[in-house]
Design a binder for this molecule. Sequence first.
Ligand code: ZN
Length: 133
Amino acid sequence: MKWTQVEVPTGSRTQLLDITKIVAGELAKTGVINGTCHVYMPHTTAGLTINENADPDVARDILSWLARLVPVTGDFKHAEGNSDAHIKASLVGFSVTIPVIDGRLALGTWQGVYFCEFDGPRHRHVLVGITSG
Ligand code: ZN
């Protein structure tokens, strides 16, 4: 499988950035009709998730409640001062897998792929890999 690196600049310390169109664009370049799309996050303070992209309040609520679960300050030893970001990234995870059916990402009607920034703004990237069959 060939992996493609896609640049994703983020705009604030925490942000759920909808990258569905970026991922779909990478799929379109391959011409794969049926297969699997993998998206991988090669960073330790950002993650990936799939959730609703119809109502933007859902992304807002996810960020808001993650902030309540893991406050920025607390009993952290990691000297960079971004332990909350490391923990939030591990909570959401570092990869998503999406079926490819009839040349399209087989996401549910209300689903989108989110780049979850927890220690931005930064110049980030994700890896997209698509297999056929
Ligand atoms: Zn750190």
